[in-house]
Structure formats: C-alpha cells, structure tokens
Design a protein. Structure first.
Length: 210
C-alpha cells in the first residue's frame, strides 16, 4: 500500500466519522504541548514567571480535553431523544399509531417520519455536539479552571519565599527569622544618648541667649 493510498483512507475515515469533539480535543492537545514549550523558550521573561505561566497553560488544557469530550457526548445523546418518528409526523396521526389504529394514511405517515428521523439523526448529533463543546468552552471549563488551578498555583507560589525582585514575600514573611537591633543607651553628665547616632562636641557660640 502506497503512502498516498494510506493518506486517502485516513482522510476518508476521518471525514466520514469526524465529530466536533475530536477537533477541539486535538486543538486542546496541541495547545497543551506547544504553548508551555514556547513559553519556556522565551529568554526575555523571568524564569519564575515562565514556569508559572507554562504550568497554568498545561493544566488548563489537561482539564479542557476530558470536559470537551464529556460535554460533546452528553449533548450528542440528546439527538437520539429528539430524532424519533413522533417528532416528524402529525400529532393526531401519531396518537392513532400509538393506539394501534393502523390505517394506510397512518402507516405512510409513520414510515415517512421514521425515515426523516434516521436521516436527520447524524446531522442533529453533530450539531448538538458542537453546541455542547461551545458551552463547555464558554462556561464549564473556565469555572473548573478557576476552582482547581488557582488554589493549586497558590500552593506552588507559597513555596517561593522570595519574590522576583529579591525582597521577602509578605505572604510568607517569617518574623521570627528577623533579628532586631536594640540600641544601647549610655549616660554622661546626667544625659543619655543613643550610641547609634553621631555625637558632636557641645561648644561654640550660643544663639538666642539660650
């Protein structure tokens, strides 16, 4: 089998059974791999910032992939509920069919509705899957990311005792580790002064007669 025949079969198979969930899952997979790599390749960015951004981007896509699949499959199952003959035929005729009052008119209407339901099922399935993945992208995934990634990233950040500019991080500041300087008070001629301040001799001309 030649390479061209193999590619033709793969493309034909994907084109026949392709689903919106497969497309968005493939995009999410590529983004989850490439975006962290490109972020870490940025030589102008701070290393800690790059690490934080890359982890966040990777976790976002890891969460997105199964959510896309679940949302698409759940929405697609709704097509099997909607694609039934009763939704494609007259209500009165369907009631007669359900009661067993089979007449040529009822039988013809039911057969026609059944054919429509079978023909429209694949279209409805893919359209509802598309709606499902769009809903996941707009509402479900951002909510899950906010609930899971933010606490996880806070835990990672707390491990860094210093911020990027070299100062102590106020969120992890340990007061017990800081030594405070206590000045020594000395006495001279009933006066006291701090030995940490510069002292000049008392003398010279007095101003104001004091």
């Amino acid at each position: 089998m030649s390479v061209s025949n193999l590619m033709e079969k793969i493309c034909t198979k994907l084109g026949t059974n392709n689903k919106p969930t497969y497309v968005v899952m493939a995009i999410a997979t590529v983004k989850g791999i490439c975006r962290p790599i490109f972020t870490m390749m940025d030589k102008k960015e701070n290393p800690e910032t790059k690490k934080y951004t890359a982890i966040r981007e990777g976790l976002t896509e890891i969460i997105a992939i199964p959510v896309y699949w679940a949302s698409g499959e759940l929405a697609g199952k709704l097509a099997h509920v909607l694609a039934k003959p009763k939704n494609f035929m007259d209500k009165e005729l369907y009631k007669q069919h359900k009661k067993g009052q089979i007449t040529p008119e009822v039988s013809k209407a039911f057969d026609s509705a059944k054919e429509l339901a079978e023909n429209n099922l694949p279209k409805m399935n893919k359209n509802l899957m598309f709606i499902g993945v769009c809903t996941a992208a707009l509402f479900v995934i951002p909510a899950l990311c906010s609930a899971t990634i933010r606490p996880l990233m806070n835990v990672i950040q707390k491990k860094n005792h210093k911020s990027d500019d070299g100062h102590l991080d106020v969120n992890t500041f340990d007061e017990s580790a800081v030594k405070f300087y206590a000045p020594n008070f000395q006495h001279n001629d009933n006066l006291k002064y701090l030995n940490s301040f510069h002292r000049t001799p008392v003398g010279g001309m007095k101003v104001g007669g004091v």
